[in-house]
Design a protein around this ligand. Structure first.
Ligand code: NOJ
Length: 745
């Protein structure tokens, strides 16, 4: 198909009036059935029952295809759409490109740990460039659900617990995926998901109902979505679950009142997969017809994969239940996007493009940098890390040490062949002269298989028998015994976090902790590298293992990045975007709680639990470095301001150690009294800076009405109270450097 128009090659962007004119012309000549088609997204994968996509597309019954990752087939299906379907409207090809297409970046939770929006933006730009070169137009990302319960498997896909950090990451991802506008060449249309509240599932159980008061939604769960709208995101995805007893995919308040009327979103909303049909299963809609009616009238434009629109919308219009104008309104932004993208002029993709794009060396370099910047040093007793490159005899132990799947993490695009540099490979490449012995120890596995296991190769291997597991355990201990230093690579495999991957425990799965204990007993220096997609309960390790590096699921270059950090070629500077609880039963646990009548630091109430300290194992915003920093001289431009005015807050940061390093300077506020109780701390500013030894920099933050306002339950709206505030600046959410601010009316 080389002679076909090459999509993405210098196309001119049509003006808004041209777009309007062309959309209106198209709508004028489309039949009712074709309009319904544009509101329908069909699955291209073989596991989807029902008619083949070719058939549906030929009859004009699809506006978009998902779950297909095959450049040749994209062109073949597009040819049917533009040459054989009645209105000849090109298709949008959509897929979950979450943290990389061929070059895999750290999982989103890891990227948020970088506290570096520029690195995240560049990562998603690379992902978009590769995916677009494969023929995709649209990704179902970023996932920007706030998650405060690590049992919820999808915490791996988001930016953690905080709305301020989450908003910065949401906007950065939208900019990276989309470039200058939705549909720009070499980019993907982004999709902010899952609107809204999905991360607050009861008990952390995926898909379970969510009950959130409006103040929580407005102050905590909505901000990243509004940030995505402000960054120009092209599409939204409605969430699966019930929000306060109204499923998000049939929720007019969410999809119309908030999203369109309040925030001015101009793009379109796609449901989550099968969610329109599932309104019946959820006990909300009476039948498919009712489901289609309620979803469309709530503001949901496109039905992902359930065919409920395809089967019911035309009938609803013919029976007078829906106005055809309502369908036109729903189709409008979909057609507008296709026009803006230039798809009518250049519907096809050059089938040779992808291999040229993925070969660009900067893609791998960006992946390595993103992985280095995402890692969080949790513990480093006696400065065990960085390790000397003169080490001659190392053991690398653990079920994830040589696992490409675990290194790349959850949410690979369809058909992706894991190709990551594993931690073992990264260490061997770093120390080519040393003896680096490896043993996996017993395997780890989910107790209940993942519903997505069919796509996964790793889990298809037959399980180890107990005898094989024992032998693997002993072999690992013996391998460790022969070494001078042991690097344990433990955590969760890729299937253990993500969709339908909630857990009731946050312990290291399987026999990993038992193995860690045996190895620590050998009395050798031990470094623990964690590969995982959620906070884990590692209390024993924190007390007994001198060095712990949270590497998350670091992507294609993960093993190299781990080795860079372990051997001092990169200095860790990531910070936790989520609280590490001591125990799963403490969840949800997050730093921005409100005060109580009996604060936890009051002498008689040391802990809320009588059997365990409530204090987190590691607080939000925490992370160490190979150097040390001092943060001093906190000052505020004015200690009293009128509501509506801004102050600047500055502090001096000095690298007081021996090597260059990064500090993430964080600003927290607390409003002491007002219309509502406010969280005891809220992040309202951060900056990651690099300092050479002895170098000092001043970091300055602005605090204005945006940072000092909130949505008040008492007032039933956004307000800025006249109130006293605590301000802290420091290196994590326990920052102690303090000043005061008074806002007067
Ligand atoms: C279901 C997931 O919830 C959503 O995040 C994803 O984008 C769709 N499936 C499509 O794969």
């Amino acid at each position: 198909m080389n002679n076909m128009n090459r999509e993405g090659a210098a196309a001119s962007v049509p003006s808004e009036s041209e777009v309007t004119e062309r959309v209106e012309t198209l709508l004028g000549r489309m039949s009712l059935a074709e309009k319904v088609g544009q509101l329908t997204q069909v699955g291209g994968a073989d596991f989807i029952p029902g008619p083949r996509p070719e058939e549906i597309i030929r009859s004009g019954g699809a506006g978009s295809v998902l779950w297909l990752n095959d450049t040749k087939r994209f062109n073949a299906l597009q040819k049917i759409a533009v040459e054989e379907s009645p209105s000849r409207i090109p298709l949008l090809f959509a897929l979950d490109v979450i943290h990389g297409y061929r070059t895999i970046f750290p999982v989103p939770l890891a990227m948020a740990s970088s506290w570096d929006p520029s690195v995240v933006e560049r990562a998603q730009a690379v992902a978009a460039k590769e995916a677009r070169a494969a023929g995709l137009h649209w990704t179902f990302g970023p996932m920007i659900d706030i998650a405060r319960d690590a049992r919820w498997g999808r915490i791996v896909e988001g930016a953690g617990e905080d709305p301020y950090l989450g908003s910065a990451m949401a906007a950065a991802q939208v900019r990276g995926f989309q470039g200058p506008y939705p549909g720009a060449p070499e980019h993907l249309i982004a999709c902010a998901k899952h609107f809204a509240g999905y991360g607050a599932a009861d008990g952390g159980r995926d898909y379970d109902p969510v009950f959130l008061p409006e103040a929580q939604l407005r102050n905590i769960y909505f901000p990243p979505f509004q940030a995505a709208v402000n960054a120009g995101v092209g599409t939204f995805m409605s969430a699966y679950m019930d929000l306060n007893n109204v499923p998000a995919s049939g929720n007019r308040w969410l999809l119309s009142d908030i999203l369109r009327d309040e925030w001015g979103f101009q793009g379109f909303v796609v449901s989550d997969a099968f969610a329109v049909g599932n309104l019946v299963i959820q006990g909300f809609a009476r039948n498919g017809r009712d489901a289609a009616f309620r979803a469309l009238s709530s503001g949901l434009n496109m039905d992902m994969a359930s065919s409920t629109y395809l089967q019911n919308l035309a009938g609803l219009v013919e029976d007078g239940m829906l106005e055809e104008a309502a369908l036109d309104m729903a189709v409008w932004p979909i057609l507008a996007l296709k026009v803006r993208m230039g798809l009518f002029e250049q519907p096809y993709i050059d089938e040779t493009l992808l291999e040229q794009v993925v070969a660009l060396p900067e893609h791998r370099q960006e992946a390595r940098l993103a992985a280095q910047r995402s890692m969080v040093l949790l513990h480093n007793e006696g400065g065990l890390l960085p390790l000397p490159k003169t080490l001659q005899n190392i053991a690398v132990i653990g079920p994830l040490a040589d696992s490409k799947e675990a290194t790349e993490g959850s949410w690979m695009v369809f058909g992706h062949q894991p190709a990551a540099v594993t931690v073992l490979q990264g260490i061997r490449a770093k120390l080519p002269q040393a003896r680096v012995e490896y043993a996996s120890g017993p395997e780890i596995r989910r107790d209940f298989p993942s519903p997505f296991e069919d796509f996964d190769t790793e889990n298809k291997k037959p399980s180890q028998t107990p005898e094989e597991a024992n032998a693997a355990f002993q072999a690992a201990v013996e391998t460790a015994r022969r070494a001078d230093l042991v690097i344990m690579v433990l955590g969760e495999n890729a299937e253990m976090a993500g969709e339908a991957a909630s857990r009731s425990s946050l312990d290291l799965p399987g026999r990993q902790e038992e193995l860690l204990k045996e190895v620590v007993e050998l009395d050798k220096p031990v470094v623990l590298v964690l590969l995982n997609g959620r906070p884990l309960s590692i209390v024993w390790a924190a007390e007994h293992v001198p060095a712990i590096l949270e590497a998350w699921e670091p992507g294609s270059e993960g093993g190299n990045a781990v080795a860079d950090i372990l051997f001092g070629d990169a200095n860790p500077g990531g910070k936790l975007p989520v609280t590490f609880p001591r125990n799963a039963s403490h969840e949800p646990l997050y730093y921005a709680r409100t005060l109580t009548h009996m604060p936890e630091d009051s002498p008689m109430y040391v802990s809320r639990y009588w059997d365990s300290p409530t204090k987190p194992l590691y607080p939000f915003g925490f992370g160490l470095s190979y150097t040390t920093f001092s943060i001093t001289n906190l000052r505020i431009s004015e200690s009293q301001v009128k509501a509506g005015q801004a102050v600047s807050v500055a502090a001096d940061v000095t690298n007081t150690g021996q090597v260059a390093g990064d500090e993430v300077v964080q600003l927290y506020i607390h409003q002491k009294a007002g219309s509502d109780s406010r969280p005891m701390r809220e992040l309202k500013g951060f900056e990651r800076i690099t300092l050479q030894p002895d170098e000092a920099k001043t970091v300055t933050f602005q605090l204005g009405p945006t940072e000092l306002s909130y949505w008040s339950t008492k007032a039933g709206g956004w307000i800025q109270d006249a109130a006293d505030f605590d301000i802290w600046v420091g290196a994590d959410s326990n920052a102690a450097l303090h000043t005061d601010l008074t806002v007067i009316s």
